[in-house]
Design a protein around this ligand. Structure first.
Ligand code: ZN
Length: 268
């Protein structure tokens, strides 16, 4: 189901002066859905509490002409775990999906996927974090309890069944949902896959309905990796490690521009 839960997002933002702070603050505070904004100019950090997707908040900050990089996410509660998957494949589809365990039985899934055909696309956690044959080696839907494929709200479903995300006319699916079965600690090291077609949620009557939802080919996938919650990411805007956070930002999300030694999640 869609989530209206507010979360805190911590961004690094290129700001050099008080007027920059004012511009960023104004852009955020006038947006519906933003509850609070804290800005630290010396640290070039912006902390935003809202029920918007992380991509929406980033776009608001960047509407002021400044670049922003998400450094961490969390809630007011004790942090139960954060993970991220950078989706890529052999085609044009790519995306970033974040998982935040907000309570023992609520996992917030926040994502943006680009390059899709407009319409619904099945989204599933698969059992294996193995991309040696691209998305084909990810295994089946994550299904530790031996159930049939189903809809997110069904009790008879794979744990990995997240239903469909809807891509708009521009090919972007932007979503923020909560799931009751997914646990961040169970899915780190597994993979997330977005499919070419609509997941029939087990109701389609096709031979594949009870197995996969008959949602077509695997378009893009990524390994689910541990990520930073609030204030855990020490990276500053500098070239301390030879690569600035801004250079990392302009690298492709996945694919050839990402070397295997440069674990994406470590940079986020
Ligand atoms: Zn399934």
């Amino acid at each position: 189901m869609d989530s209206d839960r507010s979360t805190k997002l911590e961004f690094a933002v290129q700001m050099t002066c008080d007027s920059c702070v004012k511009a960023v603050r104004t852009a955020l505070e006038r947006a519906p859905g933003v509850q609070s904004v804290k800005i630290d100019l010396a640290r070039e950090e912006v902390l935003v509490e809202s029920a918007l997707t992380s991509q929406e908040v980033q776009a608001l900050i960047e509407s002021t002409g400044r670049q922003a990089v998400l450094k961490g996410m969390g809630t007011d509660e004790k942090d139960l775990g954060v993970a991220v998957a950078m989706l890529g494949g052999t085609g044009p589809v790519q995306g970033v999906v974040r998982f935040l365990q907000v309570t023992e039985d609520r996992c917030l899934v926040d994502g943006t996927i680009d390059g899709l055909e407009p319409g619904p696309h099945g989204l599933h956690v698969h059992e294996l974090g193995d991309l040696t044959r691209d998305c084909l080696s990810c295994g089946e839907h994550f299904n530790p309890f031996g159930k049939q494929h189903g809809a997110p709200q069904d009790s008879e479903r794979h744990v990995g069944d997240l239903g469909n995300v809807l891509a708009g006319p521009n090919g972007r699916a932007s979503f923020r949902l909560e799931d009751t079965q997914l646990k961040v600690w169970d899915i780190i090291g597994r993979s997330l896959v977005v499919d070419s077609g609509e997941d029939d949620l087990g109701r389609g009557g096709h031979p594949l309905s009870g197995l996969t939802g008959n949602s077509g080919e695997r378009l893009a996938c990524g390994i689910i990796a541990r990520s930073a919650s609030l204030f855990q990411n020490p990276k500053q805007i500098c070239a301390c490690d030879g690569v600035t956070i801004w250079e990392e930002r302009d690298r492709p999300l996945a694919g050839k521009g990402r070397s295997t030694t440069n674990t994406p999640a470590a940079n986020l």
